[in-house]
Design a protein around this ligand. Structure first.
Ligand code: NI
Ligand code: MN
Length: 231
């Protein structure tokens, strides 16, 4: 079955496979790049990488309306659980089977505090196994050498990597990340939303191609609202 990813700007993505729609880091209503609003999406499951507002902003609203469960680190699910939402608490290195496939929480070098100052545990990323495809969502992170381990443990078909710089790694380190992960394809995220993270997605994809990373098929600089099939 074809697995598709949809980009909504910033780090807000959906992964679609059959009747499943996995939402990662919903950020619509206050996302200047988003092509849709939070009341127009219908995820069957929501995954969060960390507690920063540009990743969790619309999670409660969408979960409330759709009944979609939220998986995130333990601290985030405790916080959201107080709003009477269905949650699944996990932590770094742990994996679980869900109706859509398997999700493992990976490490990320970043912070994780809610907008109101509540600590949101440690920041993470997601490794998803859905319908025979392996998708890595790095989350907000700096470059770390254990990306090579993640690439060794899983044959990654598509990797979402931040390129914005300032709050996460920039394009140069994202190229290194792609190489260490041995990803078959790469989609740049977390850029152009705000002034400090202005970057050229097409230039990043061109640099990726020029680097001739073994096994890398292509990069997709998706514009908000665009989608691509996981190769
Ligand atoms: Ni962040
Ligand atoms: Mn962020």
């Amino acid at each position: 079955m074809a697995v598709e990813v949809v980009y909504h700007g910033h780090s807000c993505v959906e992964i679609k496979s059959g009747r499943h729609c996995v939402q990662i880091d919903p950020f619509y209503d206050h996302n200047p790049l988003s092509d849709v609003k939070s009341d127009q999406v219908h995820p069957s499951f929501i995954l969060l990488s960390h507690a920063h507002f540009d990743h969790v902003d619309d999670a409660g609203r969408i979960a409330q309306r759709t009944g979609a469960p939220i998986a995130a680190n333990y601290e985030i699910t405790e916080y959201l659980g107080r709003q009477k939402l269905k949650t699944v608490g996990m932590n770094t290195g742990g994996g679980m089977n869900f109706p859509f496939g398997r999700a493992t929480m990976t490490m990320a070098f970043h912070t994780s505090t809610f907008a109101d100052g509540t600590p949101g545990g440690v920041a993470g990323g997601w490794l998803l196994e859905i319908d025979g495809k392996v998708i890595y969502f790095a989350g907000d992170t700096g470059l770390f050498s254990d990306m090579a381990l993640i690439g060794k443990l899983w044959p990654i078909d598509l990797a979402f990597l931040p390129i914005g710089d300032c709050f996460t790694m920039g394009p140069a380190h994202a190229l290194q990340a792609a190489e260490m992960l041995r990803a078959k394809s790469v989609v740049p995220i977390h850029y152009n939303t705000f002034e400090p993270i202005r970057q050229d997605g097409a230039a990043f994809v061109a640099a990726l191609k020029k680097r001739e990373i073994p096994g890398l098929v292509q990069g997709f600089a998706l514009k908000p609202g665009e989608h691509c099939q996981v190769p």
